[in-house]
Ligand binder design. Structure first.
Ligand code: URA
Ligand code: SF4
Length: 221
């Protein structure tokens, strides 16, 4: 039966003074901040350069990521790497993570069908994102799709309206106090999975690359 109680949230599992992403990642492996850990295979933490200038934030791990324990290693990840390359972003400048760190799905027969995480999952998992930002101190955050926008800006975020332009962040968040991190810039774009689902894939892909070029230009110096 679905519980109506708010989940406890990840905060109590986040170490108070983490020294490295590895330390956060191993603490997150035990997180029971919401119910998603119960059915998923494992926590899928972020990964990338320890001094990344850009942090990419997706939605949640997919089926492949859940099994391999790494973010963006399935079809959406392949497309994202290609787009990063076409936008002229150095992959060595990147760290990639998700708004929610366990795979949410529904079983249909033997198939695990992706389910979009809800506001309670996003809120429960936010302490991990905050801890990642606090450690990495990037210059720019790239929000991939609606869930990342809702997690880092707020529920009124609309990717169609806010994509492709630089925003001050966390100043532009509805509750900037949720993010006790340095002021940087944010850029929203569509999720690579939306490109894979689009009727006109070429146009959707070009749109993603054009947005990522704005991110590339923002950190070029
Ligand atoms: N989609 C996401 O948002 N994140 C992943 O890690 C994989 C697919
Ligand atoms: Fe913890 Fe996030 Fe997993 Fe929920 S989804 S159990 S808050 S790591």
């Amino acid at each position: 039966m679905p519980s109506t109680e708010a989940p406890p949230g990840a905060k109590r599992w986040v170490p108070p003074h983490p020294q490295s992403i590895e330390e956060l990642k191993s603490a997150a492996a035990d997180c029971h901040g919401c119910e998603l850990y119960e059915d998923a295979t494992q926590t899928v933490f972020g990964r990338g350069a320890p001094r990344a200038r850009m942090v990419f934030v997706g939605e949640q791990p997919g089926d492949v990521e859940d099994q391999r324990g790494l973010p963006f290693v399935g079809p959406a990840g392949r497309l994202l790497r290609e787009a990063v390359d076409d936008a002229g972003i150095d992959p060595g400048d990147l760290y990639i993570t998700n708004s929610v760190k366990h795979f949410r799905f529904e079983l249909r027969g033997r198939r695990r069908v992706h389910q979009t995480p809800g506001p309670a999952h996003i809120a429960s998992c936010r302490p991990w994102l905050v801890a990642e930002f606090a450690l990495l101190q990037p210059e720019l955050v790239v929000l991939l799709g609606a869930t990342a926008g809702k997690a880092l800006i707020g529920p009124s975020f609309r990717v169609t309206q806010q994509r492709g332009r630089l925003m001050p962040w966390p100043a532009s968040a509805q509750h900037p106090e949720d993010f006790p991190v340095a002021q940087i810039q944010a850029l929203a774009t569509i999720h690579p999975s939306a490109v894979l689902r689009a009727d006109d894939r070429d146009t959707a892909y070009r749109g993603l690359v054009d947005d990522l070029k704005v991110a590339a230009a923002a950190i070029a110096n």
